[in-house]
Design a protein around this ligand. Structure first.
Ligand SMILES: *[C@@H]1O[C@H](CO)[C@@H](O)[C@H](O)[C@H]1NC(C)=O
Ligand SMILES: *[C@@H]1O[C@H](CO)[C@@H](O)[C@H](O)[C@H]1NC(C)=O
Ligand SMILES: *[C@@H]1O[C@H](CO)[C@@H](O)[C@H](O)[C@H]1NC(C)=O
Ligand SMILES: *[C@@H]1O[C@H](CO)[C@@H](O)[C@H](O)[C@H]1NC(C)=O
Ligand SMILES: *[C@@H]1O[C@H](CO)[C@@H](O)[C@H](O)[C@H]1NC(C)=O
Ligand SMILES: *[C@@H]1O[C@H](CO)[C@@H](O)[C@H](O)[C@H]1NC(C)=O
Length: 901
């Protein structure tokens, strides 16, 4: 249900240059290009973005023209970010007057051609990457000296109405000044346009007058054509200020609830009745509070829920089903959204904390049975819409864990009575599982990207389903005169959205097409009827041809393919083949690059006398995790016991001890090393108020032959909680828990779970240990294992802070002192001998330090190779960044630290 309409991002560049460019991840391009920059040899003389929208159907043509002024050939690439909901329909390259067309083929055939080319040793490009709303189309070709190249990409899609408007954005990024740059959007809406807006995130007061927008009756027009000089970021700069999103939003008049368009034997019916009373809702929120929600994700979920509760209407009923190992239901039954009940609900939400694993099956069944109960008891309004909103960041890890079985259980229990919406949070989620789960139960799944605006994403989703005005909508057409109708029954209609149905007229003699709509409203059954003359007057036909004649047919094909692909997700295997065949046939007939087709572009390589084959595929949401979900299903319980940590630690220390402090406000990190001798114990965290301390003891590398190393690692860790009367010693061999006089020895060889008053300790066999001491204090200790015969390495430990929000203002220690954030500024970034490692000046705690760009590895997600974290490295054992000097953090033994503060 990606309702935003996005158009495209685009730039033309030299990839070779991007590499030699002095770029530091996370920082802007910090060095201006020199005048001899070879990119000046590539002149982009035209970028043209044309969008034609007819009755919500958008046809976009992006053309870019360049000339290679260099005295040698060079690689030129063309990038477009297009909406995930769009289908590419054509791409052509013209090099030196010779046209190389893209050919759309069945995916398998294209793949074979591609593999054949690769096996012949020919170079080949591949196009597929994705962002939040967009996917990337990239082509790179070698262009001879003094040659011209033109790229033209065409894609189409239907704009979906959301919250009362159609919206599209064009991500503009030409990267260079362009002689002729223009964006032109033409809208033709037979119902008449009611408003039209356009804006760009890069608009300045100087650019604003260049943005023209107008609308009148059926026509709307937006254009933006800055001249070469107007594109400059300052009057004598050679850089462009065009970099950002260009958005066009509009809506049409709603004088009638529906509107039918007929052209060339195909019809499209738009249905969006306005000013209807809202139907009361019964909502059950299912919230995942498994351990992987720890930290920001839980905080954002709570924030979103609190905001959503503000918007719940008094006639609505609601409840919460919270799940981890088991299921906790807030109130026995659904609760009316009175001010008192809402304030109790908020209190409850504020007190939610993560723990345990992911029992999805029981959570779903509990929510369904709650709705069943209130309906049979008649304790909710008879005419009301029942929705389940299911939020998770994981995969089933306890209870029923077979995804197919869970889907079957949910489908049977819901039995078409309720809609189930799924919000998949972060990257660890099994999205295809959620998608199928929702599609089978009149809902949709939506991804929540793990970023700072996650709460807004969840609220935005809620807004879309917050106002149902109709239920059980059915749109009917004269059976004998039409065929191939797209989905015509809908569970709910939400205010501000739109129902679209398309079909083919088979009766050549049909004069009038009638649509009958029945739906359940807030108080009674509503009926609507729509009529349209099928054979238009010649003038009107001409007018529509002027726009583009076959848009109803293409819109029908687009909708039909989308729905076949969706149906395929939940269809039994026997029907899947049939649905696939039909969707493939239509994709080929109408030339759409869909998940079943690919586009192949072949260009001769003059120099080598060879061909170059490139292939463009459609990005498929969650395709990677598809494999993952099959994998999970076949795993056994014992090997699949660990919750997934798909979020980032706030700070951690690992390897030769590298301390890393994440600074989310700056989307960056700081790091430092501590050089000490084996045997020394360092304090990592100490909080005298919470009574918690964490210390680590250093070990060295093995002494092998004549190789000696002064690198050290943490070989032992001690954790103390005075409040829980607890001491935990973690070594690379074992975990020992001392609780008062009790002693418990655990090994790394087994999965173990210990839960006690306020303590959760999970040992994930040979991998890691998760320790949660009360809410808001959670750590993971990673075990790095080496072969016994490794000449150099001993096993060692890494320490990751997963949640620290509980710690007091007095928390200290090498990591602890940063738990409440750290403020710093970076300036004067300058090159050093190593281009990857520029130096800079950092102002922190009133001192000025010279720091160096570097990277460290975070092994919390991928224990084998880790993932790189870019950071500013503070030299001399963190001096100037840490309070005092590093020797201040040396403590006498593993269990000291709390009382001495
Ligand atoms: C693709 O676009 C090119 C250039 O506009 C055009 O010549 C060609 O006919 C188009 N191909 C199809 C299949 O529409
Ligand atoms: C622009 O150029 C003028 C004259 O060459 C120079 O004095 C001025 O500082 C420049 N401005 C900027 C912002 O570079
Ligand atoms: C909710 O609030 C109303 C009035 O504030 C109260 O009468 C009712 O019992 C509460 N609980 C439920 C379950 O509706
Ligand atoms: C799909 O199945 C139906 C009958 O179930 C059949 O009539 C139709 O021809 C099949 N379509 C394809 C493309 O195989
Ligand atoms: C010791 O060092 C020398 C030279 O650095 C090297 O050639 C030799 O292989 C080393 N011996 C061992 C046992 O590693
Ligand atoms: C550790 O060894 C490296 C390389 O042998 C050396 O450059 C560095 O100064 C040593 N550090 C300490 C603290 O001894």
């Amino acid at each position: 249900m990606e309702r935003l309409l996005v158009i495209s991002a685009l730039f033309l560049s030299l990839p070779i240059l991007t590499l030699s460019d002095f770029l530091v991840p996370g920082i802007r391009n910090i060095q201006r290009r020199s005048p001899q920059d070879p990119s000046d040899d590539l002149e982009i003389y035209s970028v043209n973005i044309q969008s034609q929208i007819t009755s919500r159907f958008a046809h976009n043509v992006i053309t870019s023209r360049a000339v290679n002024r260099a005295d040698r050939s060079q690689e030129v690439s063309f990038d477009v970010d297009l909406p995930k909901t769009a289908f590419i329909t054509n791409f052509t390259m013209v090099i030196d007057g010779v046209t190389y067309p893209g050919v759309i083929k069945e995916k398998e055939a294209a793949k074979k051609q591609y593999e054949k080319a690769v096996s012949r040793g020919q170079s080949a490009g591949l196009v597929r990457a994705s962002g939040r709303k967009t996917e990337k189309f990239t082509v790179s070709v070698n262009v001879a000296s003094q040659s011209k190249v033109t790229f033209e990409l065409i894609y189409e899609e239907m704009l979906k109405r959301n919250l009362g408007k159609y919206e599209m954005f064009i991500k503009v990024r030409p990267k260079k000044l362009v002689q002729s740059f223009q964006i032109e959007v033409d809208i033709n809406e037979p119902q008449g346009i009611s408003f039209l807006e356009a804006q760009g995130t890069f608009m300045t007061n100087d650019l604003l007058p260049l943005l023209h927008k107008s609308f009148s009756g059926e026509k709307g027009h937006v254009s933006f054509k800055p001249t070469f000089d107007q594109q400059r970021s300052c009057s004598n700069c050679s850089t462009t200020q065009l970099d950002g999103d260009f958005t066009v939003t509009y809506d049409v008049n709603r004088e009638t609830p529906g509107n039918i368009q007929v052209v060339n034997g195909y019809f499209v019916h738009f249905f969006a009745p306005s000013k209807l009373k809202k139907v009361p809702k019964n909502i059950v929120f299912i919230i995942d509070r498994s351990i992987s929600m720890i930290g920001l994700k839980m905080q954002q979920t709570k924030e979103a829920l609190l905001k959503i509760l503000e918007d719940v209407k008094e006639h609505d009923h609601f409840n919460f089903v919270i799940f981890d190992w088991g299921v906790e239901i807030w109130e026995e039954s659904l609760v009316k959204a009175t001010p008192e009940n809402l304030s109790r609900a908020k209190e409850y939400v504020r007190n939610l904390y993560p723990k345990g694993w992911t029992n999805i099956n029981d959570a779903l069944l509990s929510a369904i049975s709650l709705l069943d109960k209130v309906h049979s008891a008649g304790s909710v309004p008879k005419r009301s819409a029942s929705l389940i909103i299911f939020m998770t960041d994981g995969q089933p890890s306890t209870g029923e864990r077979d995804p197919a079985k869970i889907q079957e259980n949910a489908r049977k229990a819901i039995n078409d009575k309720y809609s189930l919406y799924s919000l998949g949070f972060g990257t660890g989620v099994d999205y295809p599982f959620l998608e199928k789960l929702s599609l089978e139960n009149s809902g949709v799944a939506r991804r929540i990207y793990e970023e700072s605006d996650a709460a807004l994403q969840m609220e935005g989703f809620y807004d879309e389903v917050a106002n149902p005005t109709l239920m059980d909508i059915e749109l009917q057409y004269p059976e004998n005169s039409i065929s191939d109708v797209t989905q015509n029954k809908f569970k709910h209609y939400f205010d501000g959205s739109e129902i679209v149905v398309a079909g083919r007229i088979t009766d050549n003699d049909l004069n009038w097409l009638t649509a009958d709509v029945t739906a359940e409203g807030e108080t009674d059954t509503l009926k609507y009827s729509e009529n349209i003359k099928v054979h238009e007057e010649p003038d009107a036909v001409k007018q529509q041809q002027y726009i583009f004649g076959d848009f109803t047919e293409r819109l029908w094909a687009y909708l039909t393919i989308q729905q076949l692909l969706e149906k395929r997700i939940s269809a039994p295997a026997s029907e899947k083949q049939n649905l696939t065949a039909k969707a493939l046939e239509l994709s080929l007939k109408y030339q759409f690059v869909t998940p079943l087709t690919s586009m192949v572009v072949t260009k001769p390589e003059e120099e080598k006398g060879e061909e170059e084959t490139m292939i463009a595929d459609k990005f498929v949401e969650g395709q990677e995790s598809q494999a993952q979900s099959t994998y999970t299903a076949s795993r056994t319980w014992s090997s699949y016991s660990a919750p997934r940590y798909s979020h980032r630690p706030t700070s951690f220390v690992d390897s030769d001890p590298h301390f890393i402090i994440q600074v989310p406000e700056k989307k960056d990190a700081l790091c430092f090393n501590i050089q000490e001798t084996p045997g020394v114990v360092l304090n990592i965290v100490s909080d005298p108020e919470l009574g918690i301390a964490v210390n680590g003891e250093l070990i060295g590398k093995k002494e092998s032959g004549n190789v000696t190393s002064n690198e050290t690692f943490f070989g032992k860790m001690g954790i103390v909680s005075t409040k829980l009367d607890l001491r935990i010693e973690v070594t690379t061999e074992a975990v020992t828990v001392l609780n008062g006089a009790k002693k418990m020895a655990l090994s790394w060889q087994q999965d173990v779970t210990v839960t006690d008053d306020g303590l959760t300790l999970l040992v994930n066999k040979k991998k890691n240990l998760l320790l949660s001491m009360g809410d808001g204090a959670t750590f993971i200790i990673l075990l790095h294992k080496f072969s016994k015969n490794d000449p150099l390495h001993r096993d060692f430990l890494g320490f990751y802070t997963m949640d620290n929000h509980k710690f007091s203002e007095r928390v200290h220690g090498l990591l602890g002192q940063f738990y409440h954030g750290v403020d710093y500024d970076i300036s004067n970034i300058h090159k050093t001998a190593d281009p990857q490692k520029p130096d800079a000046t950092m102002r922190v705690k009133d001192s000025l330090l010279t720091v160096t760009r570097g990277s460290q590895r975070d092994y919390s997600k991928d224990p084998r190779s880790g993932s790189k974290v870019q950071c500013w490295f503070v030299h001399n054992n963190g001096e100037g960044l840490i309070d005092g000097v590093h020797a201040d953090y040396i403590v006498p033994d593993l269990f000291s630290g709390v009382s001495t503060e």
